[in-house]
Write a new protein. Structure first.
Length: 540
């Protein structure tokens, strides 16, 4: 179908050029953008399709008068020249994407007995901080850090095994991924029990479980270890805000003759002769491509986008049996004034109301008294971005995040945005008031500076990003997830590939690695050249 000319000031629009296309990528989250940019780097013509009116997935931002917030980027590690992912990202964005350090401390943890534990941008200082807080836990701390290094060292072979076709998975996983699989299929709680009998130390070591959404009793230890490794040299934030990630990566796609089309809602993957050959949009338009790459999550893909006949396959049933990670609410705050003076900083603040390592979802309910949320994760994006201009009114932004059960919000799934009814609006207001009150018990000096407070719920997440049950992390990172041999970039259906965090691990860089694996599975020899040129295998 012929399309009108898109705007030139950004690499996306509601229209797209005519084909043919080497690849069509469904979803413009970090995984999809990485896959598209990698293929574009090899001269492939890629069309990225995004159902939302803005690209980027959980890296996009939104505005209200005077304020702008990110929706999923709070701290990212491994983005400097020190790491493979940092060098590759620099190459794929042609240096357009810059990062600002959150400072010597990127995460602060505050516990109910008054203990504050800082996670710094130096692995030696990290150990020293832990030993100072838990002097009797020195051996356990060293044992934990040794296991973190062991997990990190096992992942390259694991990722290589993931890129091989599903038909050879039993052999490749056994030969290449055995070491990693031991860590991936053991719970964090089991590993910690073998290191220490101090529950407070266990809670402190696992304090960042909110970055992957699964408490120690359910999470794969490898994910806990990879998060610790990910931040060992600190946390960073995109200069100019999280929206710069999409601008930088999608420009690379456009420069190679590709494009990103927004408001392009994919209804179904088109299968002919046992092979994926394209997609059909909700308006009936069909777009063909040599490779069809879904970056909306493997679980969501097989449930929503496969033709009905393909959903009966045994491998699909195995994938759909896996549970998603929890849903969340986020309270977006707009301030006027000097929020640094009131205790805010670029570092993220975690306020734990309990020492239990199993502190999980805020048990919200439609009516009755609301309990405290067991943990609050607080971020101040405007203080992270060196290009933020607060203006004479000193406009700043904050975010307060906690996990919640999806089932409370499920009745409103599919309802119209901003028209979900009085019951929903009342629930949102109750949650807003309770969350704000709890937050202000920890940072009371911010109260007088608040000018805007707005709550997003799992229904918002479902509407704009469409993950399973409103989950921001996709499939829950449990041992069961990593035992599933179908969570790899190459689908059993010819011509179909999977990208994103469910192919690899969680977070911005986890999704990026899933994007790398998808591109490798689609065009292995071509993409390997980019990885070499981009310094992925060493400093240039």
């Amino acid at each position: 179908m012929s399309r009108t000319s898109p705007r030139r000031d950004r690499p996306w629009s509601r229209t797209s050029p005519d084909g043919p296309w080497d690849a069509v990528v469904i979803g413009s989250g970090m995984g999809g953008m990485t896959t598209a940019a990698l293929l574009a780097d090899r001269g492939k013509r890629v069309l990225v399709l995004e159902q939302h009116y803005v690209p980027g997935g959980f890296t996009h931002m939104f505005k209200r008068p005077g304020f702008e917030w990110d929706v999923g980027v709070h701290a990212v590690g491994e983005v400097t020249e020190r790491s493979m992912t940092g060098r590759l990202l620099h190459h794929l964005t042609r240096g357009r994407l810059r990062w600002a350090s959150l400072g010597e401390v990127y995460d602060e943890f505050h516990y109910p007995d008054g203990l504050r534990l800082d996670f710094p941008d130096n692995p030696r200082q990290f150990r020293d901080n832990l030993v100072e807080a838990f002097p009797n836990g020195r051996a356990a701390i060293d044992g934990y850090l040794e296991k973190v290094r062991a997990v990190s060292g096992s992942m390259k072979a694991y990722y290589l095994a993931r890129t091989l076709p599903p038909r050879v998975a039993p052999l490749s996983d056994r030969l290449l991924a055995r070491r990693a699989q031991r860590h991936l299929t053991t719970t964090t709680a089991k590993v910690m029990a073998g290191l220490t009998d101090d529950p407070r130390l266990t809670t402190a070591l696992c304090a960042q479980w909110g970055y992957y959404g699964s408490p120690p009793s359910r999470s794969s230890f490898a994910i806990q270890a990879l998060v610790a490794k990910h931040f060992q040299w600190g946390g960073y934030y995109p200069v100019g805000g999280a929206k710069q990630i999409a601008r930088a990566l999608l420009q690379t796609v456009a420069d190679a003759g590709g494009w990103t089309r927004i408001n392009a809602d994919v209804a179904e993957i088109v299968v002919e002769g046992g092979r994926a050959v394209g997609v059909r949009l909700c308006d009936g338009e069909q777009i063909g491509a040599r490779h069809v790459i879904s970056a909306v999550g493997i679980g969501a893909t097989v449930r929503r986008l496969l033709p009905p006949a393909e959903r009966e396959a045994a491998w699909v049933r195995e994938v759909t049996a896996l549970a998603p990670a929890p849903a969340h609410v986020c309270l977006y705050l707009g301030f006027e004034g000097d929020i640094r003076r009131a205790g805010a900083s670029a570092a993220n603040k975690w306020f734990y109301e309990t020492w239990s390592a199993e502190a999980e979802a805020w048990q919200v309910k439609p009516d009755g008294r609301l309990p405290e949320a067991p943990v609050l994760y607080c971020s101040f994006p405007s203080l992270k971005d060196p290009e933020h201009d607060p203006g004479p009114a000193e406009h700043h932004t904050g975010e307060v995040v906690t996990f919640v059960p999806w089932d409370v919000f499920a009745p409103w799934r599919g309802s119209r945005w901003k028209k979900r009814g009085e019951d929903y609006d009342q629930l949102k207001q109750r949650l807003t008031d309770a969350l704000l009150d709890q937050f202000l018990t920890h940072m009371p000096e911010l109260r007088s500076m608040i000018r805007h407070a707005e709550l997003s719920t799992p229904v918002s997440t479902d509407h704009f990003c469409r993950p399973l049950r409103g989950s921001i992390y996709g499939l829950e990172p449990t041992p069961e997830r990593f035992r599933c041999r179908w969570l790899r970039p190459g689908a059993p259906l010819q011509g179909l590939h999977f990208s994103g965090s469910e192919v690899a691990t969680v977070g911005v860089i986890g999704a990026m690695m899933g994007g790398v694996l998808a591109a490798l599975a689609a065009e292995p020899l071509e993409v390997m050249r980019t990885l070499e040129a981009g310094g992925a295998f060493g400093h240039r």
